[in-house]
Design a protein around this ligand. Sequence first.
Ligand SMILES: C[S@@+](CC[C@H](N)C(=O)[O-])C[C@H]1O[C@@H](n2cnc3c(N)ncnc32)[C@H](O)[C@@H]1O
Length: 192
Amino acid sequence: MIDNFSSDAAFDNLYSLRAQQLSSIHWTPIDIAIKAATYLTGGKGRNIIDIGSGVGKFCLVAAHNFPDYIFHGVEQRKALVDEAIIAQNATKLINVNFIHANFNELNMDEYDHIYFYNSFSENLFHYKPIDNLINCSQDIYDEYLKMFYELLEDKPSGTRVATFHCSNEYIPPAYKRVQHITGEALKLWIKQ
Ligand SMILES: C[S@@+](CC[C@H](N)C(=O)[O-])C[C@H]1O[C@@H](n2cnc3c(N)ncnc32)[C@H](O)[C@@H]1O
């Protein structure tokens, strides 16, 4: 039997051909997902959310490696949530919860720690887009960035955030960067 968690290629086999083609640009690689989840599960609380969860790769890899935690994924594209649920059923993971919504519709008090793979950049850059079904603009980017920043400001001390390929402008000054390695795409933060 294939171990889907043995490599990125094996994992991506859970998805449609289109989602497999998008993987190297849009979905978190397994080694990064494990590093980020190792950090996010080190704090208080069991509920971790991926804001912009795509086809669910971060959540599923994290859930497989950390069965005592619940990984929530919020995703605005219904087709991607459908793919995530198909992959969840194939992997039989029960500690994952995929939500079809815009992140700004959720009550973020329900989540303890946050993963974020530069989800709003599609409003600025159009290289290999996921699809053209969502309105993208500088104004939407500015609005999401402001909301994301404010939600981080509202979180309690001890909140952990892991960002991947993401500018520091997203992160309020109350968050301290840990394990700082210059140039590394995965950045780990904790609220003071
Ligand atoms: C770079 S992909 C990352 C996918 C996933 N987090 C992963 O690491 O495998 C970013 C995702 O964020 C989603 N997204 C962008 N803006 C969003 C919003 N306002 N609310 C929910 N999802 C959003 C996009 O549809 C896309 O699937």
